[in-house]
Design a protein around this ligand. Structure first.
Ligand code: GDG
Length: 458
């Protein structure tokens, strides 16, 4: 690619990059050079009319600033209280307010203007996630014909759920402003096609692309992955005995952002079912749930936190012994190496989202296992990762007995079967590693039909 790569994401890494996605984009920018644009962690409201340098080595990091009202309306509001629940099939949690949408559009338009000002003719823009759906349409309205790609990290919404949006038809039009829309799974692509098929403005071309008014957009799946080699290395060296004398004999681990999409109440209740007679009381299994705090200013997140505290209190009250607490609900983030060590130590990884774009924890759990004595992944069918991870025990997280039964099976699984399932899963994790994801996406974007004419409106 001749021009610069310009990556846009709401979160921009400061300090050492950590976490799969951030590392992948960091590597892509290191290899190709370019600019990463994101929201300024500095809460200052000054200078919203320009991008601020957050450092130039080894690539440029530039930040846009938000006012306190914009943070509330664009970020916590439209992005996290409208689009997030719509895409995660929780339309009951959607909060529609006119100021949310107004600021979402205003922030995107301001960002489009700031980007357009500094864009070279060959630059390629790669936009990440639901915070920026209308960015391409807005850039096109400012005369930008550069290649612009989009990747949606979360599930593509069901077509009927889109009707909950204030102006449902915007969704398809905004996406059609991009040259390439990348989604996590083939199932997501099918839902996107269903949306375009139902839209009279869209026409399917023979090569599988969609012509939407004056734009041509390609839609394809690019299942995101992890730096599996790095995690395998960390896990092999990790401290796996942080429990000391209280080391549980059978450890089941969960690690999620504390989010209502992750199925945590269902996970806790299913564990309660397991304790309720399914398991030999002598086995004393422990569920360690690390739940890193997330979006605490949004009411739905406060509610789910209280709900989880109540369920874990009930289960522990009922089953704890003087020297055994079955459920450890740790509502804070733990150090990455420690987390990977805990994953390696665990007999079972329990991943139960009700809806999830991919779920990197599932892939990290697999990469962290000891190949000679691997643990078993119990994985929700509703995680994007389940589309390819056939070696996992797949469950419906709404079915508490099924989940409890799968954990029981996992805890009793003979080594030969554990190894066989692990090897299947590890192959999937390695095949979808993050460097492959980045390269595949950018190669596909480079081959997309260029935008020749411009959309007349944003
Ligand atoms: C979105 C989509 C998609 C978790 N707790 C701790 C911790 N983590 C790390 C995990 C993992 C990451 O956070 C979570 O990634 P997920 O993929 O599981 O979930 P989301 O945050 O919802 O991510 C998702 C992803 O984007 C990428 O496209 O897969 O579907 O929702 O890396 O290990 N890390 C540390 N301490 C913790 O306590 N250090």
């Amino acid at each position: 690619m001749a021009g610069r790569l310009i990556v846009v994401s709401n979160r921009i890494p400061t300090g050492d990059p950590s976490g799969g996605l951030v590392v992948a984009l960091h590597d892509a920018l290191l290899a190709r050079g370019g600019t990463w644009i994101g929201a300024d962690p500095d809460p200052s409201e000054e200078g919203r009319d320009r991008l601020h340098d957050l450092g130039n080595v080894p690539y440029q990091k530039r930040a846009f600033r938000l006012s306190a009202a914009e943070r509330a309306n664009y970020y916590s509001g439209y992005a996290n209280s409208v689009l997030w629940p719509v895409c995660h099939r929780r339309t009951d949690l959607v909060e529609i307010r006119s100021e949310y949408r107004a600021d979402y559009l205003a922030v995107n338009l301001r960002l489009a203007r700031l980007i357009a000002k500094e864009l070279g003719p060959q630059d390629v823009i790669w936009v990440h996630d639901y915070h920026f759906l209308p960015l391409a349409t807005m850039l096109r309205s400012l005369g930008v014909t550069n290649r612009i790609g989009f990747f949606l990290h979360i599930p593509f919404p069901n077509i009927t759920d889109l009707d909950v949006l204030p102006r449902p038809k915007d969704f398809a039009r905004w996406l059609a402003g991009y040259n390439l829309v990348g989604l996590q799974t083939r199932r997501d692509v099918a839902r996107a096609f269903e949306m375009f098929r139902a839209d009279p403005r869209a026409e399917f071309l023979r090569d599988g692309t969609v012509k939407f008014e004056e734009n041509i957009v390609s839609v394809a799946s690019f299942p995101i992955g992890i730096d599996s080699e790095q995690i395998e290395g960390i896990a092999a060296r990790a401290d796996t005995g942080p429990f000391g004398a209280a080391d549980p004999r059978e450890l089941i681990i969960g690690a999620d952002r504390l989010d209502y999409s992750k199925g945590l109440p269902q996970k806790f209740e299913a564990f309660g079912r397991l304790l309720q007679g399914r398991i030999d009381p002598q086995a004393r299994p422990t569920l360690l749930q690390i739940a890193s705090p997330s979006r605490a200013d949004v009411a739905a997140y406060q509610q789910i936190t209280s709900e989880l505290q109540a369920i874990s209190g009930r289960i522990n009250g009922r089953y704890s012994e003087l020297d055994w607490q079955p459920l450890r609900f740790v509502h804070r983030s733990v150090d990455r190496e420690r987390l990977i060590g805990l994953m390696r130590r665990a007999e079972v990884g329990l991943v139960t989202p009700l809806a999830d774009g991919m779920n990197l924890v599932a892939k990290e759990f697999v990469a962290a296992q000891d190949p000679e004595d691997p643990g078993v992944l119990v994985l929700s069918r509703f995680a994007g990762a389940a589309e390819d991870m056939k070696g996992a025990l797949l469950i419906n997280p709404h079915d508490l007995d099924e989940t409890a039964g799968a954990v029981e099976l996992a805890l009793a699984m003979p080594l030969a079967e554990r190894k066989c399932r692990f090897e299947d899963c590890l192959q999937v994790v390695r095949d979808s590693r993050i460097s492959v994801w980045t390269d595949r996406y950018l190669a596909r974007l480079a081959s997309c039909v260029p935008t020749l004419s411009l959309a007349p409106r944003a």
